[in-house]
Design a protein around this ligand. Structure first.
Ligand code: UD1
Length: 419
């Protein structure tokens, strides 16, 4: 089992390049099923989850060719015959569910094992299924599988009781060829959804977002294969901003999406982190004293739940009392007991964590319990005195490309070992 060994206390400097967003790439790869032609998805982050969805498509008959240097993924979905992807692969990642929409759209059927993913809550799929049913899909659940069949898909008005990212993406993809018009009310507004819409529209779909945030999809007859580069990863950007702030460093971050990071940045600025944001990069100067803040995770443009663990590490090292309320997932404080090993002073009260800033973190052995929790532990290790060992880092590898190499280039002392 690989571990990260970090010797904390180094100041960072230099530049880091952000990878394309995993949460954009996964639905976009799934959406290539829709066109049944050749697509090239450029600069894919070479991450486990991306390989899993690629293997999933392969298990159904797609041809996939990856250039591991550039991350360009050539995907030819013209030969997909099997509408039941490999169950083992599906269970590896919750994102596997994203193939339901494209499969029902192109083949009128799917059968998929109930998926896995980060252990951060029950993560039901009722909203995905509500949307599919509204379009005319007959759904059966049993023996650990979800099966969908539809002889014809008809556009409808669908209200999401919660703006679920995955459900919005699945319903968009399911309705691309549906007869008439589909309207998704209370749709998720995450930038990764806009990216999926841009990708689909470039392939020939007719999808638009109106002022209320509702998404309107007019059914088209056919899509064509294209080349496309997904957006940069705003969560990786946020993680490196915190890396600079927690180590009181000044670094440059290349490859940002100004619009999509703005809401999150507002909170960093409230803490007193200095930032110069340009069109394609940002310079962060984390050398000044920071202020505690209260944070509530919310659907976009609220503060992202995927940054909650990382900012908690920073608030632990910020003088004063901060409160984080997690409103998206019910079980997303698993990093708290691990942060306490560093010396953090955190009290959990239901969905809120009260964080009293401490003067120092001490290096220790901790376990990454999920992807973003693992990132939070790396950040804690960067500032902790002495050596930190992080185990179960496969979680971190699901979402961060070469995180230790990127941090080493900035001057951090972090190594990957084998036990
Ligand atoms: C996506 C992201 C994940 C991020 C999350 C919230 C990807 C691959 N993953 O996950 O990194 O943390 O958005 O920003 O893009 N819910 C239901 N019923 C459903 C679906 C969801 O109740 O049918 C609930 C979930 O339990 C959760 C909330 O809605 O409490 C948000 O989930 P959702 O937005 O669907 O997250 P994912 O798409 O799984």
């Amino acid at each position: 089992m690989n571990k990260f060994i970090i010797k904390g206390g180094e100041t960072l400097n230099g530049e880091v390049n952000i990878s394309c967003a995993k949460n954009s790439v996964l639905p976009i790869i799934a959406a290539t099923i829709l066109c049944g032609e050749k697509c090239t998805i450029k600069n894919c982050p070479m991450l486990l989850d991306v390989f899993v969805i690629g293997d999933l498509l392969k298990s159904m008959g797609a041809d996939i060719d990856i250039d591991f240097n550039t991350g360009d993924m050539k995907i030819d979905t013209s030969n997909i015959k099997n509408t039941e992807p490999d169950a083992e692969l599906v269970r590896k990642m919750r994102g596997s569910f994203l193939i339901m929409g494209p499969m029902i759209s192109r083949y009128g059927k799917f059968k998929i094992s109930l998926p896995g993913g980060c252990n951060i809550g029950t993560r039901p799929i009722d909203l995905h299924l509500k949307g599919l049913k509204a379009l005319g899909v007959d759904i059966k659940i049993g023996h650990g599988y979800v099966e969908g069949k539809a002889s014809k898909l008809l556009g409808d008005r669908i209200y999401l009781d919660f703006p679920s990212v995955g459900a919005t993406e699945n319903i968009i993809m399911a309705s691309v060829f549906a007869e008439g018009e589909t309207i998704i009310e209370n749709a998720a507004q995450e930038p990764e959804i806009d990216d999926l819409i841009d990708f689909l529209n470039e392939m020939g779909s007719d999808i638009k977002k109106i002022e209320t945030g509702a998404i309107i999809i007019k059914g088209v007859k056919k899509l064509r294969g294209i080349k496309y580069r997904p957006i940069y990863d705003r969560i990786e950007t946020g993680t490196f901003i915190i890396a600079a702030a927690i180590t009181k460093s000044k670094i440059k971050i290349n490859g940002i999406e100004e619009k999509s990071i703005k809401p999150m940045i507002a909170k960093f600025c409230e803490m007193g982190i200095n930032m110069e944001i340009n069109e394609k990069d940002l310079i962060i100067d984390g050398r000044n004293e920071l202020r505690p803040v209260d944070i509530k995770t919310m659907p976009y443009p609220g503060f992202p739940t995927d940054m909650q663990a990382q900012i908690m590490s920073l608030l632990c090292c910020t003088k004063g009392t901060s409160v984080i309320t997690e409103t998206i997932f019910e079980n997303r404080f698993m990093h708290v007991p691990e942060l306490k090993r560093f010396g953090a002073n955190i009290k959990i009260d239901g969905r809120s964590a009260v964080i009293m800033g401490v003067n120092e973190f001490l290096g220790c052995s901790v376990r990454a319990t999920d992807l973003r929790a693992g990132a939070a532990l790396i950040l804690a290790g960067l500032v902790a005195e002495g050596e930190t060992q992080i185990s179960d880092i496969y979680h971190i590898d699901r979402g961060y490309v070469n995180i230790e190499k990127k941090l080493r280039k900035l001057g951090a002392k972090i190594e990957r070992t084998k036990e």
